[in-house]
Design a protein around this ligand. Structure first.
Ligand code: TXA
Ligand code: MG
Length: 359
């Protein structure tokens, strides 16, 4: 299959493109499209065949449910049982990077929900996603548009690299604005539970919901130990080809530790790379490692993280060392992705005590 890529502007100039995308979806095909978080791989959420195609194209296990994207808050009523917390959350966070898990109605096939009686629903804010969803019947099942296990796609080029020849159309909306997937909140029980941290922080959610419990899988390593509530959290994710290790602790100690690791890697002739705050780039240049500065604040770091992991692969980097980025409202979401990309390899550096390996 030939994969075509078309640039979208987010206004009426896209009319022909949206018509074409809508036709593909209605006929049971797949289209990759931009959202404000990451690129999604969309299919008709109400067509079981489309869900099967999504799993096949991504190489994704079919027990890992898909998020249904809508283009109007009211449309959730068509696919899910009502819950009084939904309008509350919608008023504050929709359209935007929040996904709610609620009880599904029969119209949603089990293929879309990975066999679950609940459905994850999100109303994205990106103008291109909104017009694509409305022109395609209003209910688009879409996981992130990467091959299963790979870092999510923040540019159309990443989608093409992963899915070329597997889908007919990629809508190119340029680089995404946020760079990490949506915050997921499970509302199927009495108590709201955070399943995946994202752009909206726990504090913002608490302001609206009152309380919210944090699922143990959110710390980015628990998935290795048990059965998380978001089925997707049990799989290795976001993983670059090289071995990634994250170093957390006091800034100066982390830096020295990364420098020492790079020297060791150099002696072993292993190609090493470093992910760091932009202001720290100069410290690492003497090592000869391939350094990618991710930015200074959480928003920049979030936006650049997945692209940087992909660049490490393009450069065939075998050992990647990353600073930890725990501070600020996006710290939890960034660390969740980073720890999972590292398969849980996080080293807590300590000046006096021996390092602790938290795996
Ligand atoms: O920002 C996003 O959410 C992006 C864009 C494309 O919208 N989508 C995305 O989808 O990240 P995906 O499939 O990569 O991640 C969805 C996560 C998975 O961990 C999945 O297990 C969980 O949501 N999920 C979906 N439906 C669920 C359900 N009914 N109950 C619990 N977890 C669910
Ligand atoms: Mg994903």
């Amino acid at each position: 299959m030939k994969t075509e890529v078309f640039r979208a502007c987010g206004d009426e100039r896209d009319s022909e493109l949206m018509e074409r995308a809508g036709r593909i979806i209605r006929e049971g095909g797949l289209v990759a499209f931009p959202t404000e978080t990451v690129y999604g791989l969309g299919g008709d959420a109400l067509n079981p065949m489309s869900a099967r195609k999504i799993y096949a194209a991504k190489g994704r296990p079919s027990d890992n449910p898909l998020i249904v994207h809508i283009a109007d808050t009211a449309d959730i009523e068509y696919i899910a049982e009502s819950d009084e917390r939904v309008p509350l959350l919608a008023r504050h966070f929709w359209p935007g990077p929040l996904t709610v898990v609620v009880r599904k109605k029969d119209i949603v096939p089990f293929e879309t929900t990975g066999g679950l009686k609940s459905v994850a629903v999100r109303f994205p804010s990106h103008p291109v996603s909104r017009s694509f969803i409305s022109r395609s019947g209003g209910f688009i099942a879409a996981p992130s548009a990467n091959l299963s296990g790979r870092p999510s796609c923040t540019r159309a080029e990443h989608v093409l690299r992963d899915l070329d020849g597997k889908i007919p159309l990629i809508i190119d909306g340029g680089k995404v604005g946020i760079g990490l997937e949506s915050t997921i909140v499970d509302l199927t029980g009495e108590e709201a539970v955070l399943l995946r941290p994202g752009f909206y922080s726990v504090e913002e959610l608490r302001e609206v919901l009152g309380d919210i419990r944090i699922d143990p899988a959110v710390d980015g390593t628990e998935h290795l130990k048990g059965r998380p509530r978001a089925p997707g959290m049990k799989y290795r994710h976001y993983a670059p080809g090289g071995e990634l290790t994250v170093f957390s602790g006091e800034e100066r100690v982390v830096r020295e530790r990364i420098l020492a690791e790079c020297r060791k890697a150099l002696e072993n002739r292993s190609r090493s790379g470093i992910l760091c705050r932009s202001s720290h780039k100069a410290f690492y240049e003497e090592t000869g490692a391939f350094v990618i500065p991710l930015g200074e604040d959480g928003e920049e770091i979030a936006k650049n993280l997945f692209g940087a992991l992909r660049t490490m692969d393009e450069r065939n980097i075998e050992s990647i060392y990353s600073e930890a980025f725990e501070e600020g409202p996006l710290g939890m979401a960034i660390m969740n992705r980073l720890k999972r990309a590292a398969g849980g390899r996080i080293i807590i550096c300590n000046e006096t005590l021996k390092d602790t390996e938290n795996t």
